[in-house]
Design a protein around this ligand. Structure first.
Ligand SMILES: [Zn+2]
Length: 222
């Protein structure tokens, strides 16, 4: 079982042990590590990319209890440095956290988030009414205002993991969601959130949105 460091720490670099590296097809190898800072695709969030030693990490998935890193060259077994790309992680964390924020603010309007997809260019959250009578007197501008108010409060991200390894995530005092994703430090980093459109169909309300990530590191300025 690969230990998933990103569940416990936002640290992007880690000393790792390469346990196996097998060729999948020409120029593509599957790598298992003892521990990993790489987020594997899942939960509506794309995978991290980056490097392990000299190899580029192109894609990361979960396979049973292991995290599998697809890389572009053979990596020797033993110790190596793993490094997640800060730009890509930041974009994904911002998109994912913006989905949390939409879900949080729409609870007060009688809507419960049931599905989320946090991919660049196609991010959306789908809601169902929490009562029998859906209140669809919402407008994109009003939802944007609700988000902007929460962003202005710069609410901190709070992560708890209980003794059964159940991880809950929230911002400020909103009701937490069970979540294994990566997040921004506070809602202030979601200042570039734009609610793009709203669609009501078959009892479900879908909000499409986009983000402009806040630059938080030297690497991201390059
Ligand atoms: Zn989350």
């Amino acid at each position: 079982m690969t230990k998933k460091l990103y569940l416990y720490s936002p640290e992007l670099g880690a000393d790792v042990e390469v346990l196996s590296c097998r060729e999948i097809d020409s120029g593509r190898y599957a790598v298992r590590l003892d521990v990993t800072p790489f987020y594997p695709q899942g939960g509506g969030q794309p995978s991290d990319v980056g490097s392990i030693g000299d190899a580029q990490v192109l894609h990361v998935v979960t396979e049973n209890d292991d995290v599998i890193h697809y890389v572009n060259q053979l990596i020797p077994l033993g110790k190596a440095i793993a490094q997640v790309s800060a730009n890509v992680r930041n974009l994904h964390s911002t998109l994912h956290s913006a989905g949390h924020l939409l879900a949080h603010v729409l609870v007060s309007q009688g809507w419960l988030a049931i599905k989320a997809h946090h991919w660049p260019g196609e991010a959306r959250v789908v809601f169902k009414a929490s009562t029998d009578i859906p209140a669809i007197d919402l407008e994109v501008a009003a939802v944007q205002q609700l988000c902007d108010a929460a962003i202005a409060q710069d609410l901190p991200c709070k992560i708890t993991i209980n003794e059964n390894q159940y991880r809950q995530v929230t911002f400020g005092e909103y009701t937490p969601y069970g979540c294994g994703g990566t997040h921004v430090n506070s809602t202030g980093e979601l200042a570039g959130l734009r609610v793009v459109s709203m669609k009501f169909k078959k009892g479900q309300l879908t909000f499409n949105y986009d983000v402009e990530p806040v630059i938080t590191s030297v690497e991201q300025q390059q």
